[in-house]
Design a protein around this ligand. Structure first.
Ligand SMILES: [Zn+2]
Length: 162
């Protein structure tokens, strides 16, 4: 019985991994280290809707920004999530989705809810970390490709990888 429980736990854990689902967006390396205690002190989990866009080409040789660029987002339930900015419907890496600019009470932060495709106009809703398409008039079904975001409170580094 104990062994069965252990097996189940492993299955459940791997099911939670962000990059396990298949996406139309091609798999490309992702590696971004965001220093929350250093460079991005305002990008904290209590600032729901805050985002950082990482558009190609990477600024550091140690970084990789996926297929079309990466958006890192703070969800309404205070989690960090990360997605490729490539629209899974258009699959155009040189015309990435861009975040809408909402009103922020903190001038040092950009906040938004939707990643909008400049080609088809699809709006992907990032608010609860799903990045699902919202435009009922379009035939888009697929969410943005997700990457893993993990925060290490000891180092103050938020690491984005695939
Ligand atoms: Zn599109």
């Amino acid at each position: 019985m104990k062994k069965l429980f252990l097996t189940l736990s492993i299955v459940l854990l791997s099911a939670c991994s962000g990059t396990n689902f298949s996406s139309s967006v091609p798999s490309m390396p992702v590696r971004i280290d965001i220093s929350i205690l250093g460079e991005y002190v305002h990008f904290t989990p209590n600032n729901a809707g805050a985002y950082l866009e990482f558009l190609k080409p990477p600024k550091k040789y140690t970084e990789a920004y996926g297929y079309a660029g990466v958006v890192v987002y703070v969800t309404m339930d205070a989690r960090y999530v990360a997605f490729d900015l490539c629209c899974p419907h258009c699959l155009n890496p040189v015309k990435p989705c861009r975040m809408d600019n909402g009103q922020s009470s903190n001038a040092k932060l950009q906040t938004g809810i939707y990643a909008i495709c400049p080609t088809c106009g699809e709006a992907y809703d990032l608010s609860y970390g799903l990045a699902t398409p919202t435009n009922k008039n379009l035939k888009t079904k697929e969410a943005l490709r997700q990457y893993n975001a993990s925060y290490n409170s000891a180092t103050g580094i938020l690491r984005i990888v695939n």
